[in-house]
Design a binder for this molecule. Sequence first.
Ligand SMILES: [Zn+2]
Length: 320
Amino acid sequence: MSLTIETTLGPLPKERLGRINAHEHLFIDSGQIVVKEPDFRLDSVDCAIKDVVDWREAGGGAIVDTMPVSSGRNVGKLIKVSEATGIPVIVASGFHKGAFYWPDHWRGHYSEDELTELIAAEVEQGCDLNEYQGPIVKRCRVKAGAMKVAGNCNHLDDITRRLIRVIGRVHQRTGCPVFAHTESGLECFEIVQRLNDAGVPSARILICHMDRNADYWLHRKLARTGVLLEYDTPSRFKYQPECVVIRLMREMIDGGFLDRLTLGGDLARRSYLKSYGGGPGYAYLLTHFTARLREEGFSEHELNAIWIDNPFRWLAGTPS
Ligand SMILES: [Zn+2]
């Protein structure tokens, strides 16, 4: 149980985190994905600062940067953005899906003991500024505040099952919360089950991207396991119109699951960010989507739960 959260600006209390963007991407600047898909390359500190200032001016607080070590994360740049803007970033460790790593990446052939020590060190001692790209490890003062696991669509492969066991061991040792990338299919249930089996309680698990499969029956079933859900399709109309996620959010709240909902931007492309010449930018979720939620009858109590209380409870492991 901790009342402060590890961020790029040190351990901070709830009041200092404010409205938390539960799934965002400030940098992706190495790894296979940025070579194969250049639109994913988010490498400019100046650009990140511009979009984060917009987010702050719109009333935004802390941001969970969801790139884990060695998959395109850049802790040094995250620290620079926080120092320039005053916005704290929760840095992730753990593991992304395979497409983000070069073939033969170390996560596939180190032992579970070795992987456990590597990830635990990021949580307990500080993140590696060299992103475990080796050979030298250069730990900074910023500790990882969350850990990622990533499923495959409708199933989990052997490596993912192994990495989930590793993350469970680190959680048992450190209490660090866990979030899961999903391909919005039925793999979410196996992820929750395997994390539970590995010692991670549901209240410390955030299941991401599930609104891409906006099926209330599925979401209710998932919420009943005790996990939190993160929705991030607003502004990304290629997935669905916003009315779909708004209807789902209302159904979840009416079903008694207000305390399970969080929102994120997941704007992991240059074309999504104003500073790179695209849009809508991180601030949209507050300036447009939250404004629409108010118009659609969402109360301040509901909005505060979604933006402030729920993500904090997931991060801190506290009851409130
Ligand atoms: Zn993402």
